[in-house]
Design a protein around this ligand. Structure first.
Ligand SMILES: Nc1ncnc2c1ncn2[C@@H]1O[C@H](COP(=O)(O)OP(=O)(O)OP(=O)(O)O)[C@@H](O)[C@H]1O
Ligand SMILES: [Mg+2]
Length: 234
């Protein structure tokens, strides 16, 4: 579904991403694990057309590198940015509707999708009129995921959904990711929290200093010493 071949991204003289190749098949949850500054967000921004890159990125067999960001959203890729980035002065409902701005959907379709999101996140249903900026970190993460789902994506990319949240809240967010997976959505999950990421993913890639250092099925990754020591604290 998504195929990245030899991706390179530089910021001036700094090479943030080097020779990254990875793929995500339809129906899979693939995780990209790496510590601070590994190049995870840079990779995401390249996929979404937010920064220039070298190499090839294709989606459903079609080259998307070089396309404008909104064209990529229209093709069915939505992302939940690092740090959530909800619109603080807009209500929950308004934030969710912002997610659907690239769609030409009928009122009925939008209502159906909103209902699906409120089922997934009852907390949002209780708070439709609340300003997003006054919500807790976990609630804002739910809202950011809901907003991305309002674009009705085929591929959802999440950038560190666990960031800055208490373990119990992280657990709740990952339960929802499980549900979204069960609903059939394809997911690329960027995380530092390898333990949680491997709990939901089918396959994983490790990124260090801008390069892929391992990739395998989750089952095999759990057995690898490098993963156990560096990422799972064993
Ligand atoms: N706009 C920028 N200008 C210059 N350098 C940048 C820019 N954005 C990122 N970098 C650098 O690129 C490298 C990769 O950063 P990136 O944000 O992709 O890492 P990350 O894996 O997402 O890290 P984190 O887990 O902290 O979010 C870092 O060395 C960072 O300093
Ligand atoms: Mg990042």
């Amino acid at each position: 579904m998504l195929k990245i071949d030899q991706l390179h991204v530089s910021y001036g003289s700094i090479q943030a991403v080097r020779n990254v190749s990875l793929h995500v098949d339809e129906g899979e949850v693939v995780t990209l694990i790496g510590s601070n500054g590994a190049g995870k967000t840079t990779t995401l921004q390249a996929i979404c057309g937010l920064i220039p890159s070298k190499g090839s990125i294709s989606y459903q067999g079609e080259k998307i590198s070089g396309l404008a960001a909104h064209r990529i959203v229209e093709k069915g890729i939505a992302m939940v940015p690092e740090g959530r980035r909800v619109f603080p002065k807009l209500s929950v409902m308004q934030n969710l509707m912002m997610g659907s701005y690239t769609r030409k959907a009928s009122k009925q379709e939008l209502k159906h999708d909103l209902d699906m999101i409120f089922t997934l996140f009852p907390r949002l249903a209780e708070r439709k009129e609340q300003f997003a900026g006054t919500m807790s970190g976990g609630e804002q993460q739910m809202l950011a995921i809901g907003r991305a789902l309002m674009a009705k994506p085929k591929l959802l990319i999440l950038d560190e959904p666990s960031m800055g949240l208490a373990p119990i809240v992280v657990k709740g967010i990952f339960e929802t990711i499980h549900q979204i997976k069960a609903n059939g959505l394809t997911i690329l999950l960027i995380e530092q929290n390898a333990m949680m990421a491997l709990s939901v993913a089918d396959r994983g890639y490790g990124l260090e200093h801008g390069e892929i250092v391992f990739h395998d099925t989750v089952e095999n990754l759990r057995k690898q010493d490098i993963v156990k020591k560096a990422y799972l604290g064993k």
